[in-house]
Write a protein that binds this ligand. Structure first.
Ligand SMILES: Cc1cc2nc3c(=O)[nH]c(=O)nc-3n(C[C@H](O)[C@H](O)[C@H](O)COP(=O)(O)OP(=O)(O)OC[C@H]3O[C@@H](n4cnc5c(N)ncnc54)[C@H](O)[C@@H]3O)c2cc1C
Ligand SMILES: *[C@@H]1O[C@H](CO)[C@@H](O)[C@H](O)[C@H]1NC(C)=O
Ligand SMILES: *[C@@H]1O[C@H](CO)[C@@H](O)[C@H](O)[C@H]1NC(C)=O
Ligand SMILES: *[C@@H]1O[C@H](CO)[C@@H](O)[C@H](O)[C@H]1NC(C)=O
Length: 585
């Protein structure tokens, strides 16, 4: 029996893996319509992202017809991509209105390089990796890109995606956009839809190049490129003593600098990353370890261990996992490889196209590996918060987090299991929803329970960091990440927010491209204060019931930032005493 059972489960695993090779389509359609899923499984309430139908234009003309069709038939529209990697429900249709989804999945091959004026014009659904490879083949480089390549060109600029740089036009991709064609609704006499071709000097470009999908359907993106170059990367795993004083110098000194800070281990990893001439030898690859294919069984095991540590409040276990993870990253140099195979010595020199962006888990050809977070494999499930600070306030934020850390460094092991605090640099931008000044973006990820009513270890500390970032220091949320609370009051944080809304009214006066979800987000609406709402970041607690009194999590004030209101675990010491007293009498 046990053998048969094992074989049976093996069969099940293999069967379920046979289509786990590449990421699944985020769209599931039947005769009732279509459901849009998130590639992280970040929207567990599947029913909420429902649409009437989907269409797959392959050209600008077909995209024009799709928008005209939606407008003529009083439908809402949302553009979706093959990746659907954005965590907030920006692409999600309103629940009660008929929506036509327009997928860019098949409008994704055009890449036209204009060598003479150092530019490239791209179809909206082109995957970032295809763009990078094509541009490099032709002797050029895309200078800015997010670290993760599983995104489309229009999807990534629409959410303000960035790498890291204060040099040149900076680390955010939309700041390298020099033209956009966008299909917007139009009057009947104009045929219900029209194409706007926005050039560098057009103020509407400042709205369109980071537009959250809310202005219209982007049909072409024109990016500036440079002559092909190489980079030289060294990681310095060192003490975190001076991060708050050194980040600016670091960003000024190295074109592609970043810092990974592991607070529980008092460790900072400085990335020394500079451009070098093409004749410097080296053909290195930055195959970032977190984006490599993971054995599915290992991902399952890691998740099960993490769940167990959560359920048994095993802080020491978490800290041991964090120590192992960081040691492994140090050993593997985060995934840097001299020649695409192994690391031999620093620095690792390679072409820009292989050093900026990675995502080898996307192409795994083995059936027993996948991206660690693939929702089909019961692997990692976590929150991703990204706060963007003005450069000058970031040091004080670090000082505050250090105060919180020094109360009990173990409280940060849960964050350090993921990527600690990843600190990156974004330059001032003229995009209305971009950064108006030189900025520092900080990502931190942490455990999310499968059950929304389950709090997590150090819930209170993570909420305090979140509220410190977004409310004490007025940091802005990355549009493609974060929990709802991060967006509270976001419209007041952008000096050009009004200009964005004016452009939206001009291009899409009937709000065809907006939904309840995208509106709630840009207008920073707080969710309904239902029981447990603070656990998933849908609200800030004001009463215990917003946390989980049943599980001993009560609404309390912050430890360092007293204005914070967080869900804190308070062990039932007196209860236990009383109960014990009872049993003895
Ligand atoms: C593992 C991982 C790592 C990441 N790393 C980084 C990083 O290093 N830096 C960073 O900044 N971000 C990062 N991100 C976030 C990522 O850049 C964004 O989630 C990105 O927007 C996803 O692009 P997508 O193609 O999946 O777009 P989607 O999520 O499908 O769409 C994003 C938005 O754009 C709209 N849209 C898409 N195409 C069009 C179009 N043609 N016209 C109009 N609207 C359109 C959609 O409606 C939606 O509102 C990461 C994400 C993941 C999953
Ligand atoms: C969905 O759209 C396709 C064309 O894109 C059309 O053939 C089909 O009938 C539509 N389905 C519904 C239910 O509207
Ligand atoms: C690493 O960083 C520390 C702190 O900034 C510095 O003292 C040390 O010299 C650096 N090591 C290398 C190899 O650059
Ligand atoms: C690389 O080329 C430059 C000129 O472009 C030259 O000055 C330099 O010596 C060369 N370096 C190497 C390592 O060949």
């Amino acid at each position: 029996m046990p053998n048969r059972f094992c074989l049976f489960s093996l069969f099940l695993i293999l069967f379920s893996l046979s289509h786990a090779l590449t990421p699944p389509s985020p769209l599931h359609c039947d005769h009732h319509g279509c459901t849009l899923l998130n590639s992280y499984g970040a929207w567990p309430d599947r029913a909420s992202c429902h649409a009437l139908n989907v269409t797959y234009p392959t050209t600008e003309q077909e995209l024009l017809l799709a928008v005209a069709y939606a407008n003529r038939n009083n439908l809402k529209a949302k553009v979706v991509t093959r990746f659907s990697h954005t965590i907030p429900k920006l692409a999600c249709p309103s629940p009660d209105l008929n929506t036509l989804l327009i997928s860019t999945d098949k409008y994704s091959s055009g890449i036209e390089i204009h060598a003479a004026n150092l530019a490239v014009t791209v179809d909206p659904g082109v995957p970032l990796r295809h763009l990078i490879d094509k541009v490099e083949e032709s002797g050029f480089s895309v200078v800015a890109a997010p670290y993760w390549e599983g995104v489309t060109v229009a999807g990534l600029i629409n959410t303000g995606a960035h790498g890291s740089s204060w040099w040149g036009n900076g680390g955010a991709v939309h700041d390298h956009v020099i033209g956009i064609s966008i299909v917007v609704p139009a009057s009947k006499s104009e045929g219900y839809a029209k194409i706007l071709r926005l050039q560098r000097q057009d103020p509407l470009l400042n709205a369109a190049k980071l537009s959250l999908g809310m202005l219209g359907a982007i049909s072409k993106v024109k990016l500036s490129i440079e002559h092909r170059f190489k980079r030289s990367i060294t990681y310095n795993f060192t003490d975190d003593a001076n991060v708050e004083d050194e980040y600016m110098e670091h960003a000024k000194k190295y074109e592609f600098a970043d810092i990974t800070w592991y607070p529980s281990k008092h460790t900072a990893v400085y990335r020394y990353d500079s451009r070098v001439p093409l004749n410097v030898s080296g053909d290195g690859v930055n195959d970032f370890i977190g984006f490599q294919p993971n054995p599915i069984l290992a991902s399952n095991l890691v998740r099960e261990i993490e769940k167990l540590q959560e359920n048994t409040r095993d802080v020491n276990g978490k800290c041991a996992t964090a120590a192992t993870t960081i040691a492994y990253k140090k050993l593997m140099k985060n995934g840097l490889k001299q020649n695409g195979v192994i690391f031999t010595s620093y620095p690792v020199v390679g072409y820009q196209g292989k050093m900026q962006t990675s995502g080898s888990c996307l192409y795994s050809t083995r059936i027993d590996t996948a991206c660690a977070w693939d929702p089909r494999i019961k692997g990692l499930f976590f929150y991703e918060s990204t706060a963007i600070f003005s450069a000058s306030t970031f040091g004080d934020f670090v000082r505050d987090v250090k105060k919180l850390r020094d109360l009990n460094p173990q409280n940060f092991c849960g964050v350090d299991i993921y990527n600690g605090f990843l600190i990156r640099f974004i330059k001032a931008s003229n995009a209305y929803l971009g950064q108006s000044q030189d900025s520092v973006a900080v990502d931190f990820n942490y455990y999310r329970s499968d059950d929304p009513s389950s709090p997590r270890l150090n819930q209170d500390v993570l909420e305090e960091v979140e509220q410190m970032a977004f409310f004490k220091y007025g940091a802005k949320p990355h549009w493609a990440k974060n929990r709802n609370v991060a967006f509270l009051g976001v419209q007041n944080k952008y000096p050009k927010f009004k200009e964005f809304i004016a452009a939206k009214q001009q291009l899409d006066p009937q709000n065809i491209f907006s939904s309840k979800w995208s509106d709630d987000l840009v207008y920073g609406k707080e969710g309904e204060k239902v029981d447990g709402c603070a656990l998933e970041g849908l609200c800030i607690c004001t009463q215990d019931r917003h946390c989980s009194p049943q599980k001993q999590y009560f609404c309390s004030e912050g430890l360092v930032y007293k204005e914070a209101r967080v869900c804190r675990y308070t062990p039932p010491a007196s209860d236990a005493f009383v109960q014990r007293g009872h049993t003895h009498t």
